[in-house]
Design a protein around this ligand. Structure first.
Ligand code: ZN
Length: 340
């Protein structure tokens, strides 16, 4: 992946000729930032294939992140379906430096979690056969999952891996805090391997999934488990409305979109095997509040009747809107992989 050149919404197969002939037109610089904002993704970041099974442009011109609007590169952004492993990936990604600069301004408020993780902690206990286990939670945020494990009576080391320290994480730790990105080479850590590594809403953020899975192999003991929750690109809702219209794909910080086939392929390539798979709603929609469900259903009706005008309808009543939450959309999966 290199700094973006002329690559945009070209059809499959046109990418390499465009890259060699079009000058640097997509690099945006602002008075606040001296680094490139966008990088081109010319091949599948999971399997390395440049085969393309489909391509669809995001319908917008900018992302909204917290209070900020981030304008797309001039050529737009496309979702590419890998012809090798079925992963969907974006044709252009924000550079890590640019994304980090946006996160620093917005993340503490944006990702303050309200989900309690008690059902997930109970599920982890079941998957581990009720025995105590050492847990590393990647993307641990303020430590809600570590807290929940204590609440359901689980014992063992409780560690966190995250790109930054969130307020309150320390009080839930009985192990270590590893600071860094899962898809960079591993930073210093205890070298005491874990029984289970959890990745709730992490896998969609990866720039380099291969490096992440190598790191997971290092962090886990033989027979250890990786527990994943992320969006499911093969589920009904993105197929119904089009992957490029899926709310989940229209977020600045989401780079790759998985399904069972793409998980199975990268798992096998790194010595893992799928032992559990379940389709679920997003965690914030699992306990539905009736009033909110009615409102979300109405919004979804408006959206389906007038997809292209939804944003302007929302603006006319003083709201921002690109796509409503369909309250019954089962558009995520949970997967458990065992290290072989
Ligand atoms: Zn692939």
């Amino acid at each position: 992946m290199g700094v973006i050149t002329g690559m945009g919404l070209a059809e499959c197969g046109e990418m390499s000729s465009l890259q060699s002939t079009v000058p640097l037109v997509g690099v945006e610089r602002s008075t606040q930032s001296a680094f490139a904002r966008w990088k081109a993704n010319a091949q599948c970041p999971a399997c390395g294939s440049d085969a393309c099974a489909g391509r669809a442009g995001l319908p917008d011109r900018n992302y909204t992140f917290g209070s900020e609007h981030v304008t797309y590169p001039e050529q737009g952004i496309a979702l590419v379906e890998c012809g090798g492993c079925g992963l969907y990936y974006k044709s252009a990604l924000p550079t890590p430096q640019f994304l980090a600069s946006v996160f620093r301004r917005e993340a503490q408020t944006k990702w303050a979690s309200s989900h309690d993780f008690l059902p997930e902690a109970a599920l982890l206990r079941k998957l581990c056969g009720g025995a105590p286990f050492d847990l590393l939670d990647v993307g641990a945020g303020d430590g809600r999952l570590l807290w929940a494990c204590g609440q359901v009576g689980l014992t063992g080391r409780r560690s966190a891996f995250d790109v930054m320290h969130y307020q309150g994480i320390e009080r839930h730790l009985t192990g270590e805090f590893i600071e860094g990105f899962l898809d960079d080479p591993l930073p210093a850590w205890s070298q005491e391997r874990y029984d289970i590594v959890t990745l709730f809403d992490v896998l969609e953020h990866l720039y380099d999934p291969g490096q992440a899975f190598e790191n997971l192999r290092c962090l886990l003991r033989e027979g250890g488990l990786v527990f994943i929750e992320t969006g499911d690109s093969a589920s009904f809702w993105p197929r119904r409305i089009g992957i490029n219209h899926w709310w989940y794909a229209r977020l600045l910080e989401h780079h790759v979109f998985w399904r069972r086939r793409s998980i199975a392929q990268i798992a096998a390539a790194h010595g893992f095997r799928i032992v559990y798979w379940r389709e679920v709603r997003h965690k914030s929609r699992r306990q539905l509040i009736p009033q909110r469900t009615v409102i979300d259903s109405l919004k979804t009706g408006i959206y389906l009747a007038s997809k292209n005008h939804y944003a302007s309808i929302a603006q006319s009543i003083g709201r921002q809107g690109m796509q409503p939450w369909y309250p019954f959309a089962v558009d995520h999966f949970q997967a458990c992989l065992v290290k072989e």
